[in-house]
Design a protein around this ligand. Sequence first.
Ligand SMILES: Cc1ncc(CN)c(N)n1
Length: 221
Amino acid sequence: MSFTQHLVQKYQHEWQQTQQHPFVQELGRGTLDRNKFRFYMIQDYLYLIDYAKLFALGAIKAPDLTTMSEFSASLSNILHEEMGIHRSYAARFGITKEELEQAEPSPITLAYSHYMLHVAQNGGLAELTAALLPCMWSYWEIGRMLKEFPGAVDHPDYGEWVRGYSSDEFGQHAQWCISLMDQLAVGKSESELARLETIFLNTTRYETLFWEMSYQQQMWL
Ligand SMILES: Cc1ncc(CN)c(N)n1
């Protein structure tokens, strides 16, 4: 069994929680409150600014030009395609680019993005990849799951989101990330693998917390 298969099997409960969260399910059924989605879009845009930096750090830490190019391609995809979807939603929801970038991050957005950046800056490439893997992989899983919901891809509000995360292009970046994790795990000691597992578990849990934070529109108390 590959390392990544082992991860989703071992943390099946936490992995499923990302897909079964009411925010995700209601998005797929088209019943999600537009204010919750608006809140999510703004927070996710802020999150993506830091998340993109992880890929820049990945290019710096890459051991060869092929890996460096992949990180650079994923970085470009986030800045132009993924954040492009957010900008298009912002326009539809009457939010300007300046408002988007100057919005205040919620406690969970701060905690999640700072945790990822901490791991990426202080660890090696394997730790960095373990931190970003749940973000890429769980969104791809969710995109493919929601694509099967009746009418989800054509929904006037949420269809663009579902099409983006179930697209072949996004899938290729996610698959590359999965195979990179498997390659980097080869030859690692028990204790190194345990550390990667913990990072994967932490960011998987942060994914569910991010859905919950958006569902509840949680800011500071
Ligand atoms: C919180 C979160 N996690 C992951 C993704 C997918 N890149 C995202 N847009 N936002």
